[in-house]
Design a protein around this ligand. Structure first.
Ligand SMILES: Cc1cc2nc3c(=O)[nH]c(=O)nc-3n(C[C@H](O)[C@H](O)[C@H](O)COP(=O)(O)OP(=O)(O)OC[C@H]3O[C@@H](n4cnc5c(N)ncnc54)[C@H](O)[C@@H]3O)c2cc1C
Length: 305
């Protein structure tokens, strides 16, 4: 895909008017295809369907770059309700969240208070909470917050992005925390001063960080739809006798569903990231930036299996 197409969709992903329009009239378009549902209760049936196929889940309440304190408080409360529902309904699901949805751009103390309440609940129910990684500007702060909570809580993990030059060093620095890390290529528009501009370099660095983290003995979540990266991970695990309970694959809801099930049949742990909520526009635009054919999810369902 051309860099121009990717940049165009990433530019659109920040358009506030289109975002509002999508929230107002687009919910039914997205529901059950790219997002679980417009709220958590309506997503539960999709999560149960995935669990029935042996697929684990992580749920994410859509919404990011929140600048209103009341909204950030509501997001934190929603997260706690979600963890409690997962526990009560015995769903095989973890939770993912974005720190900007909890108020990272408003006030650090707000984020600390919200994370404390969320992680107290997660610890009680033994449900993992993963802090998604957002754009590079917020990376250092996100890792600092992760490290602070990781020294006190068990059920917390975060994400590192292969497109950032800094990631190799971050993995080295994080290794003393024995972290559960999700490894991704990276989804935001970044400057070449901080991120590899060429896809081939990102792919090469992705392999490098997969190897580094898997050989460190800490749990790895390899979050990709790329067959080449999946094959690389399988071979690496075989070569170094890394057991299948030391890592998992992750994919987004609605993408490569058949491949997800095949990986389960082969005995691999496979987790599906199920976003829910009406704020799906930015998330969907980033998926189009990755692969314009993803429009097919909304227009007519799946393309390549
Ligand atoms: C579970 C999960 C969580 C994530 N969390 C974050 C996060 O916290 N922060 C962040 O920045 N990014 C996150 N991402 C997004 C990630 O950074 C990438 O932008 C995204 O996964 C696209 O990269 P890729 O590795 O899937 O493959 P790409 O490099 O986009 O594609 C490689 C090849 O894979 C195949 N392929 C890709 N998509 C499809 C598809 N839908 N159907 C069929 N074939 C396909 C194609 O052959 C394609 O050429 C997450 C991704 C996943 C899966």
């Amino acid at each position: 895909m051309s860099v121009m197409t990717r940049d165009f969709f990433l530019y659109l992903s920040k358009n506030k008017a289109l975002n509002r329009a999508a929230q107002n009239w687009g919910g039914n378009i997205a529901s059950g295809k790219i997002v679980g549902g417009l709220d958590f209760p309506s997503s539960v049936k999709f999560i149960k369907e995935l669990n029935d196929y042996g697929l684990s889940v992580t749920v994410d309440h859509l919404g990011e770059f929140v600048t209103n304190k009341a909204v950030a408080i509501e997001r934190a409360e929603e997260c706690i309700r979600t963890i409690e529902t997962i526990a009560a309904q015995k769903l095989d699901s973890q939770v993912s969240l974005k720190l900007t949805s909890l108020g990272l751009d408003i006030d650090d103390q707000l984020v600390y208070d919200h994370m404390t309440n969320i992680l107290d609940t997660a610890e009680k129910h033994q449900i993992m909470v993963t802090i998604d990684m957002e754009d590079e500007q917020r990376c250092q702060k996100t890792l600092d917050i992760f490290k602070d909570f990781k020294s006190r809580y068990n059920y917390i993990s975060t994400v590192v992005q292969a497109y950032l030059y800094r990631t190799e060093e971050d993995i080295n620095e994080l290794s003393s925390y024995k972290p559960f890390l999700r490894l991704v290529k990276g989804a935001y528009k970044e400057s070449p001063t901080v991120a590899f501009p060429n896809k081939s370099d990102v792919d090469q660095n992705y392999k490098k960080i997969i190897k580094m983290h898997m050989l460190s003995g800490s749990y790895a979540a390899i979050a990709t739809h790329d067959d080449a990266m999946i094959e690389y991970t399988k071979e690496l695990a075989k070569e170094h006798n890394i057991s299948k309970d030391q890592f998992e694959f992750q994919m987004l809801y609605g993408m490569r569903s058949q491949t997800q099930r095949e990986l389960v049949k082969e005995g691999y742990k496979m987790r599906v990231y199920v976003p829910y909520g009406d704020d799906w526009y930015g998330y969907f635009m980033r998926r189009l930036a990755e692969r314009p054919a993803n429009i097919a999810f909304v227009l007519k369902g799946m393309t390549k299996k």
